[in-house]
Design a protein around this ligand. Structure first.
Ligand code: ARG
Ligand code: ZN
Length: 875
């Protein structure tokens, strides 16, 4: 049954203290939970205590040390009820038996490469013991772990270490950890295993000494050094940027190889997918380094936004996730280039969140209903959640935003809070009524902002008409106008922003127009000549702008706008015009074309040495197939899109040949590798130029790239060369794939890249190749990273092959989803999301996709995770 936000009520009982004792064993782990339970004042005495469970095996239960009789409780694998608990505080002692080795769902306590580890968010703690497994029940935890010394010399849990020692007359030892900060069960964590460690320390702004550790498999210590560095920079940054200090004596990070998501912010013991920890120049790309820096920061920042202040219920997930993404984006902006980070984030938002908002899985940033909460760790909650906070900051200004954050930390420290409480802090700090702004949290869908303008030369007035609209989404047919802070400039003939005398028709604060009605006409007086409007600078609100402007004006902004974001935005708008027009032309049986003025402006920007190379690389990157499909919106033919893209790349690759060759040579760095943003930017430009050049199909170019592939001194350049050879159909591709495998077959995270490159390969042979790879010894259906790299990449980054006209791509992915459903439902549900835009495809593909979805929905014993996605997709 669905869980509804409006049904929220506090728990009947509180659990003040938790003592956990783990007797670790591969297949028979015993957990003794001793809970200090107390009836809440408003609860009627004798109200049953109902604890959550999930696939649990109860060994014994006692109340105040007296074993409970059969009539006093009822227990199933899915829950435990104490029928008439005492009115006075009492202690409940529950013993459960777990089999970590056969826990393939990777939720609760499981084994990963011989290490015992846990994942409890959102509802994994109930797979360890019976509990009030909800984020508004905060308890102080003490944890005793006992395990064989040989298998688990390292014993870690949340909080600070207290005692440890050998267990006499056995081969076992123990450690006790105490966490003084009350926390919800989803932040519980334990790790035990034979691990290597990189140690360091940090002194906080008030002088607290913190021991830091990054734990990895033996032999990988050297690959954990960058993560440690990122951690220390994150700790310092949170002090200076947000005034937030760390609050325990130790902070540990553990990298595990089997992990459902990116990482987890457990108090004092963050557990990571090893993909976001391990790096050296030989195995990690610049993108991997950036990902590690961002995720290390993200999880660390949760210590305040998530842990010290947690969520009242899971509907409030964006309270911690949207805010923490916002914070990690700001961190990266300060560490690297702010405009480049902004452009990258908006690209991600458009490619992942906009399609979600536009399809059957659309939901508000704060959902009001869910079947399975794991399915709501989405781009909407995370990325749009961050955008909403960014828009709030634009709306109320930097100073009021900072005051609002300080108030939030001050007022809600120790609370399980709500979005209303969060937004109230900013309303108070700014003096602004934010009730209309709250619609960002409740209305799903991407608002469209329609822009029209008119210049009256006689009266020197300029009229800007901005209208917003928001289409229907599941269960929301009627929408209200929202508050859109629109950053803008009126660009004059010399490229500089023009001055004006007055602006009437909407609230205009500096360079921000506050749009809060369905349509607003802003009249600017004293405007010397016709300006070109630069709207939504720095992407000041997560909307879809409709420009109604001639291409030549957009090209002008591409070349002259003072806002780097809008320069990039204009370039990608023009590219999109060309690509959608070519797609239509190809479907109508004529040929694709590309605008000559666009080519000229592109050449001008990529050769402008005054611009950051990383920025130029982003301008050179064309929209992807899925972006074009989303822009077209309905009756989509992926083959025509692929044809248009191929044509555009081939044309740019040959027409700008010498320019691209020069950039590839000039920015190719020969020196020692450094992952810093500037060096990474140079590599990005060299490799983007090389890749576009390879699209020309020139055999000499391919041969040169093959040489660079062999001679590369770092993974960034090596992988870029491999991708260019494979994507552009070079005759050397097979050889390069073979060499790459031979060189890296012992490094699973690099094998993931090898799998992904093949899954994204164009051409009808790819499906058979991907099927063959599922049988390859390097692949394992039990490892989420392998599954995402091979099957996930095929389903999300190879639209023409996934959405093949014969339906074979859908059938393959559907078969894998059903197989995964029995192993790891969370991962299965994630893969299934790739069908979400099925109604946008042309009728034949629509029918085939629908049949595949129905076949999944009809599978016996379907998990709740997959059922939820399948049913919402079909609704
Ligand atoms: N809170 C984690 C983060 O930093 C995500 C964990 C979600 N895990 C899950 N199984 N749903 O974003
Ligand atoms: Zn998070």
């Amino acid at each position: 049954a669905a869980i509804l936000l409006k049904d929220y009520r506090p728990s009947d009982y509180a659990i003040g203290r938790v003592h956990l004792d783990f007797q670790l064993h591969e297949t028979e782990t015993l957990v003794t939970a001793t809970l200090s339970v107390r009836k809440r004042e408003t609860t009627v005495a004798g109200t049953p205590l109902v604890l959550d469970g999930d696939e649990l095996d109860l060994v014994s239960i006692a109340l105040d040390s007296v074993s409970l009789g059969d009539e006093a409780y009822s227990a199933t694998p899915q829950g435990l009820t104490v029928k008439t608990p005492p009115a006075a505080p009492f202690t409940l002692t529950i013993v459960t038996k777990l089999d970590p080795a056969s826990n393939t769902k990777l939720m609760g306590l499981y084994r990963s490469s011989g290490v015992w580890c846990t994942q409890c968010e959102a509802e994994g703690f109930r797979r360890i013991t019976y509990f009030l497994d909800r984020p508004d029940v905060l308890s102080v935890y003490d944890v005793r772990i006992e395990a064989p010394v040989a298998a688990a010399p390292v014993l870690l849990a949340n909080g600070n270490p207290t005692t440890s020692g050998l267990v006499p007359d056995t081969d076992r030892h123990f450690a006790v950890w105490s966490d003084p900060h009350p926390k919800p069960s989803y932040l519980f964590a334990l790790v035990a295993g034979d691990l290597g460690v990189v140690k360091d320390s940090f002194t906080t702004m008030s002088g607290r000494h913190v021991d830091l550790g990054v734990y990895v498999e033996h032999g990988n210590e050297e690959r954990a050094v960058y993560a440690m560095d990122a951690l220390k920079r994150s700790m310092r940054w949170d002090e200076t940027a947000f005034g937030r200090e760390y609050d325990l004596d130790v902070f540990n990070i553990v990298a595990v190889s089997d992990f459902n998501m990116g990482a987890m912010e457990n108090k004092g013991l963050n557990v990571f997918n090893d993909k976001y920890v391990l790096a050296n120049p030989d195995v990690a790309t610049d993108q991997d380094y950036g990902g590690i820096e961002a995720v290390i920061a993200h999880e660390y920042f949760h210590n305040w936004t998530g842990n010290r202040i947690t969520c009242r219920d899971w509907f409030q997930l964006c309270l911690k996730e949207g805010l923490t993404v916002f914070r990690d984006q700001e961190f990266t902006s300060d560490m690297r280039s702010r405009p480049v980070k902004r452009i990258s984030d908006v690209r991600l938002l458009r490619s992942h969140q906009f399609p979600e908002d536009a399809g059957p899985l659309a939901h508000p940033v704060r959902p009001e209903k869910y079947m399975e909460i794991s399915n709501f760790y989405t781009a909407t909650v995370y990325e749009k959640g961050a955008e909403v906070i960014r828009a709030l900051k634009v709306l109320i200004g930097d100073e009021a935003f900072k005051a609002g954050m300080d108030l939030y930390f001050d007022r809600h420290d120790g609370d399980a809070a709500t979005i209303e409480q969060f937004v109230a802090c900013f309303a108070e700090a700014s003096g602004r009524d934010l009730s209309q702004f709250m619609l960002w949290y409740s209305q799903a869908g991407t608002p469209q902002l329609d822009i029209r303008d008119d210049y009256d030369g006689d009266n020197r007035t300029y009229r800007l008409t901005l209208s917003q609209s928001l289409g229907p989404t599941p269960e929301q047919s009627e929408k209200k106008p929202m508050v859109l802070p629109v950053r803008f400039g009126l660009v004059g003939p010399n490229g500089e922003d023009m001055l004006y005398e007055t602006a009437k028709g909407a609230e205009v604060n500096g360079d921000v127009i506050v749009v809060d009605k369905a349509e607003q006409e802003i009249v600017f007086t004293g405007v010397a000549s016709r300006p070109i409007p630069s709207i939504l600078r720095n992407f000041s609100a997560p909307v879809r702008p409709i420009l109604n402007m001639p291409i030549k004006d957009i090209l002008f902004l591409m070349r002259h706008d003072s806002d780097p974001f809008n320069r990039w935005q204009s370039a990608s708008t023009v590219a999109m015009y060309c690509l959608t027009a070519s797609t239509e032309a190809l479907r109508a049986g004529s040929s694709a074309t590309i605008d000559g003025d666009y080519l000229a402006a592109l050449a001008e920007i990529i050769t402008d040495d005054a611009l950051d190379p990383a920025f130029r690389a982003l301008v050179l990157a064309l929209p992807q197939e899925a972006d074009i499909a989303r822009e077209i919106g309905s009756n989509v033919d992926p083959d025509a899109i692929a044809g248009a893209l191929r044509h555009a790349r081939r044309t740019i690759g040959s027409k700008l040949g010498p320019t691209l060759d020069h950039l590839a040579r000039f920015y190719h760095d020969e020196g020692a590798y450094s992952p810093d943003a500037e060096s990474a930017g140079r590599r990005a430009l060299a490799n983007a130029a090389q890749d576009m050049r390879a699209a020309s199909g020139n055999a000499d170019v391919h041969a040169r790239i093959m040489e660079k592939f062999g001679a590369a001194t770092n993974m960034t350049d090596r992988l870029a060369a491999l991708v260019s050879l494979v994507q552009n159909g070079a005759s050397e591709a097979e050889q390069a794939l073979g060499d790459f495998y031979e060189g890296y077959k012992s490094v699973p995270l690099v094998i993931d890249k090898w799998l992904a490159v093949q899954a994204a390969r164009p051409g009808a042979r790819t499906l058979d190749e991907v099927k063959r790879l599922t049988e390859h010894p390097a692949f394992s259906i039990r490892n989420p990273n392998r599954v995402r790299s091979l099957i996930g990449t095929f389903a999300t980054a190879n639209l023409p092959q996934f959405a093949r006209a014969d339906g074979a791509g859908f059938d393959f992915v559907a078969d894998k989803v059903m197989r995964l459903d029995d192993i790891n439902p969370q991962v299965a549900a994630r893969i299934l999301v790739s069908f979400r835009s099925w109604r946008n495809w042309e009728p034949v593909r629509q029918g085939l996709a629908e049949a595949a979805l129905k076949r999944i929905a009809a599978k016996p014993n379907l998990s709740r995770d997959v059922r939820d996605i399948a049913e919402r997709s079909l609704a």
